[in-house]
Design a binder for this molecule. Sequence first.
Ligand code: ADP
Length: 399
Amino acid sequence: MNVLVINCGSSSLKFQLFNADTEKVLASGICDRIGIEGSVLNYKDSEGKKTEKKEPMPNHTKAIEMVLEALTDKQNGAISSLEDIRAVGHRVVHGGEFFKESVLINDTVLTHIKECSDLAPLHNPANLMGIDVCRQKMPNTPMVAVFDTAFHQTMPPQAYVYGVPYEWYEKHKVRRYGFHGTSHKYVSQKTAEFLGLHYHNSKIIVCHLGNGSSISAVKNGRCVDTSMGLTPLEGLIMGTRSGDLDPAILEYISKREDLDIQSILNMLNKKSGVLGISGVSSDFRDLLDADLGGNERAKLARLAFAYRVMKYVGAYCAAMNGVDAVSFCAGVGENAKFIRGMIVRQLEFLGVELDEEANNICGQEAIISTPDSKVKVCVIPTNEELVIARDTKAIASQL
Ligand code: ADP
């Protein structure tokens, strides 16, 4: 069964076509700069051969038309017709409290996704656009929604409630939701499998460290806490996002800098994090170079980032009354051995011992703690698209 996975952002669209039975990727790619001058489709076939097509994409309809044309292209295409796509899986960022798992898309589901748009104004409308266009182009193909928030819906109330008037939750649904759920689910399962643990009798902390970063506590296969909140702004210090801070800073800075709340939130989302601290970059490769060159603020950014991750690992050990394994994933977690090292060396209180040599690996499954380490530390490359393809296949097979 072929499954097309679509991850539609406001100005980009990523896709992967899977043979969902063998889990082989038949084609993948990205449409960039949709609605902006210089739109381009980058397409990669199953052998890794890349082609680039520059053509104006004024909207998502045009982008999806180009993707479908590329997939069915007589010379380079992966399939001969759209009939060969059995189902489409869509990444949807916010499912609020409506969705605890992936679902077949129908009109009620679409209404609920729309109702969650206030909670994710940058993401849900773009996700909806992708769904809408795919439904128009493939009216008889089942569409499945896979939510970033769903895996975290198992959190108990004491973990998701904020210390604010309860009516904010009742009236406006203000609570912790958490994001990167497909990644936390995949990596926690894979960690258990890799280490030979029983997933339903295990305590795993997943550190998803990318440009956006979040951490989760997964006890017996269920998420019991996670660092992102109502929006992805809370929690760890990220590439450009601040993570946790004293909310009173907003009023203080608004007066001092004469900024409105929108401008401050924009700065907390786009100009903060390690970029804000260092003044250099949101990319950890640039930070390492600057740090090695003696840039003190780049060093501070790296130290602050690692310190925050360490604090969360400590908190989540307490939340689960122990931990069997800590896993790193995503761009930084999979590739940045210096950052991993900085974090893991601070976990000595758990009886964790870093295997310096094993920690040299990049982008592959590995145990990076010593055989004597009381808690295992792993690198587990994440695969959010595969989770979407698997869930889509599971739902489409029942039809
Ligand atoms: P996103 O949140 O955009 O999905 P990714 O998970 O792709 O982010 O992570 C991107 C980040 O990973 C980059 O900004 C960079 O900081 C980091 N990164 C990627 N490769 C490396 C590497 N080889 N060494 C250090 N950091 C890396």
